[in-house]
Design a protein around this ligand. Sequence first.
Ligand code: F6P
Length: 359
Amino acid sequence: MKIGVLNSGGDCPGLNAVINGVVGAADKLGWEVYGFIDGFEGLLPEGGDYLKLTPDDTTGIGKLGGTILGTTNKGHFAAKIGEGDVAKIPEEIMSKARDNMDLLGIEALVVIGGDGSLTTALQMNQEGFNVVGVPKTIDNDLQATAMSFGFDSAVTSVVDGLDRLQTTGQSHKRVMVLEVMGRHAGWIALWGGIGGGAHVILLPEIDFDLEKVADFIKQREIDGQRSTLVVVAEGARISGGELITKGEGSASEVTLGGVGQVVAHHLEKMTGKDTRSCVLGHLQRGGSPTAIDRILGARFGVKAVKMIETGEYGRMVSYQAYHVDSVPIEEAVHQLRLVNPDGEMVDTARALGICMGDR
Ligand code: F6P
């Protein structure tokens, strides 16, 4: 049997571990693996754009960041526009992909992707392609999986960033603001903030009031705590305000960025305290995956091959506390998994005395 594997959308630490898992498990079954270049785009050129992958090519890549296959979050297969709207992939694009897969004799495709790419995978499955999905998102915002690889690496970068900001902030008695990724979901900010000892965490799910944050910082000053660490997710909003963006970005999403600087500017004025801001940006997507992401990635890749073996098409690998299972792709993409403002994690943050910007 011949199978294809591709990753699509933003890269994510752990992608190479998934690819290695797919190749290793397929090789054990005597199958051939074709890795398509730059996501779904690799399905389009005459004859396909791919690398034939054997364990010789992939053994040891699990520790590498990025993806050996390259990726893109633009192109001909964009199925999700903004947060919810779904676009139909044109029939001519589908048929080019089908022709190339038929030509190569590929019977099934592993799609490693987030919300948008899995929506494309779902459409391909509905059009008769044999597809299995693997969840990929550093934002950790996919439904139907308790965790995706890449998230732990991102959180680890946030914690490291906060540890560094804490020492310089403490020395200068400053307010230090760290802007982190998290477009619709604030999981990275919440986990990273709790892990890194932030005093204020601002999330897309909880609109924040700058007065409340400033009062919190002033009270800390009165209590003798002269330095404050603030983590803000890029998609967080001042109550009644707009998302802060940098431009149009990819075809389907605006590029977020700048909320950290805005927050720092206002807090400096309102508290009279020296304030600095810093954007963690793609540092939290690049670099080597953590051990957890390497292992989770490998397990996801192996599971995807097992799903093909048993014909579980149209389904996505899913992590359920301590074991790896599968769910229909549809369940994963119908809506994003957001932080529950009344849930246990936010509760934990509040119990630790962390200000969430709303009270
Ligand atoms: O969706 C993942 C994500 O990392 C978001 O948190 C962020 O807004 C976006 O990707 C950045 O994408 P790009 O690499 O196109 O700037």
